[in-house]
Design a protein. Structure first.
Length: 210
């Protein structure tokens, strides 16, 4: 597997994903757990943020202490399910800018189509974290990554709660330079390109729609 792919295995993540899978889990609880998972994943995905040292006066003495360097972050959810992960990421980095990429999937071909893209200013100078709860065929993720790269962005990470092997392989093949973080690698895609066992349509479950 690509060295840039990280499958997280924290017990808290495993437990929370089990709750997400349960079809009896309601919208409010589902939404809150997606936020919590995004925060836990973000903790790992941001482990390599660059640091600078500043001088701080503590109650005891003056010292040099590390702070996150000036490199700015951008969080870019793939609409609409990716919106559910944004609050968890912003809880970690409240100063991050948020862009949006809109994709919809053709119900017959399962191919993604872009309908909206709005990215923060000077995005080419930022570390961009693309978030989408489900990495199924990988089509939407790859299209979003192509779009972001076309804006001159060099440092990109992708975070998905659940991935299918097919989607993970596609992203690894087309974007080997992108760091990918997945909380759970599931078995496969079914004939409708849904992840099995998965958790259904993440967007519908986050927003309470059908």
């Amino acid at each position: 597997m690509n060295d840039n792919i990280t499958i997280l295995d924290h017990p808290l993540l495993k437990h929370k994903i089990s709750v997400l899978r349960d079809k009896a889990t309601g919208t409010n609880e589902f939404r809150k757990i997606i936020e919590e998972i995004a925060m836990l994943m973000g903790y790992e995905a941001l482990r390599d943020l660059p640091l600078d040292e500043i001088e701080v006066e503590t109650p005891i003495e003056t010292c040099l202490t590390p702070v996150i360097a000036g490199k700015k972050l951008a969080i870019v959810p793939i609409l609409r399910a990716g919106l559910g992960m944004v609050p968890g990421m912003l809880a970690l980095v409240p100063t991050a800018k948020v862009g949006h990429i809109g994709m919809y999937r053709d119900e017959e071909t399962h191919e993604p189509h872009e309908y909206y893209c709005k990215l923060p200013e000077q995005v080419e100078d930022r570390i961009v974290i693309v978030v989408d709860p489900m990495l199924a065929t990988g089509g939407s993720a790859c299209d979003a990554l192509n779009l972001i790269k076309s804006k001159g962005v060099k440092n990109i990470k992708l975070m998905s709660v659940i991935a299918a092997p097919e989607g993970l392989e596609k992203v690894a093949a087309e974007h080997p330079d992108v760091q990918v973080y997945v909380a759970q690698l599931d078995r496969c895609l079914n004939e409708d390109a849904y992840i099995c066992p998965g958790l259904g349509d993440a967007g519908d479950r986050i927003f309470g729609t059908k």
